[in-house]
Design a protein around this ligand. Structure first.
Ligand code: ZN
Length: 288
């Protein structure tokens, strides 16, 4: 396999590496995500002159992903200052003179996990990340699920916990899943994430909200596996609690043991390299 450049363009930080698989990736260079010109300029600086054949970018969204759309490969409407309308794909392609593949960060992570990680060999699965934001990417029949846009699983509706008076912090919806259970939403109620205890109220609330959306995912997509990653999910015991909460949400319907099995709802197999691994998959696809 050819060596590729891989970029994880995040809301607060951007990682750049080169390699062919997650095992031979160079140590990622970390760039703070600032304005588009500075950030993309530094990405190009890192990759220009490298012996690579293509580049893959797993980016924060929302992104226009319809190939026949004039804005293909651009960030669309984002609250992140300066980034709305940025043609990420075109700018990197022009600056590097190489084929560039682009998808959302969660779709990229899903592709990486499907190729080398916790969903290796599966055709239908979901990757959900719970961190600064909440996002989900779905692979359906082996392809990234999306039509007019990419899924925005973090913005789905949740029922408030009876003891939770928090209004939610999503600028669009207030108390959607992301508004209630993202890292910043939990920190608003419970202080810095590093101070939460393992069996904390913060985790109980996060699990309360996530399990509702996982129920909806199970009932709408019936995936073979769900991978849950991101900073909030790294709390000790998180996946066990979430598994139990999902089982409670399903109430035994339709009674498939698969949905409550220990290997159904899992942590990412690639740890924090899912996104960069996804960039490698996207680069290979861009090369054709
Ligand atoms: Zn929302």
């Amino acid at each position: 396999m050819a060596p590729f450049g891989t970029v994880e363009l995040g809301g607060t930080k951007t990682l750049v590496a080169t390699g062919t698989t997650p095992d031979d990736l160079t140590s990622p260079r970390r760039i703070p995500t600032e304005d588009p010109e500075t950030t993309l300029g530094l990405v190009v600086e890192q990759l220009a002159g490298e012996a690579i054949e293509a580049v893959g970018v797993a980016s924060f969204g929302p992104i226009e992903l319809r190939p026949d759309h004039p804005g293909y490969g651009s960030i669309t409407r984002t609250p992140k200052p300066g980034w709305s309308g940025t043609p990420v794909l075109r700018e990197l392609t022009d600056a590097l003179g190489l084929p560039v593949g682009l998808d959302t960060d969660v779709n990229g992570s899903a592709l990486g996990e499907g190729r080398w990680g916790a969903a290796e060999g599966l055709s239908d699965f979901v990757y959900l990340t719970v961190g600064t934001g909440i996002g989900g990417g779905a692979i359906a029949g082996g392809s990234v699920l999306g039509g007019v846009s990419h899924p925005e699983m973090g913005h789905t509706v949740v029922e408030p916990h009876p003891d939770d008076r928090y209004p939610g912090r999503c600028p669009y919806h207030g108390g959607c899943l992301e508004g209630m259970a993202s890292g910043p939403a939990l920190e608003d109620r419970f202080g810095p994430v590093g101070e939460w205890a393992g069996e904390s109220e913060a985790m109980a609330l996060a699990v309360h909200y996530l399990a509702q959306v996982l129920r909806n995912i199970v009932y709408t997509m019936a995936p073979q596996r769900v991978i849950v990653g991101g900073g909030v999910s790294s709390m000790t015991g998180f996946h066990e609690h979430l598994r139990a909460a999902l089982a409670s949400q399903l109430q035994g319907y339709p009674g498939l043991l698969e949905f409550t099995a220990a290997d159904y709802l899992v942590a990412p197999g690639l740890g924090d390299r899912s996104g960069l691994a996804g960039g490698l998959v996207l680069a290979a696809r861009a090369l054709g």
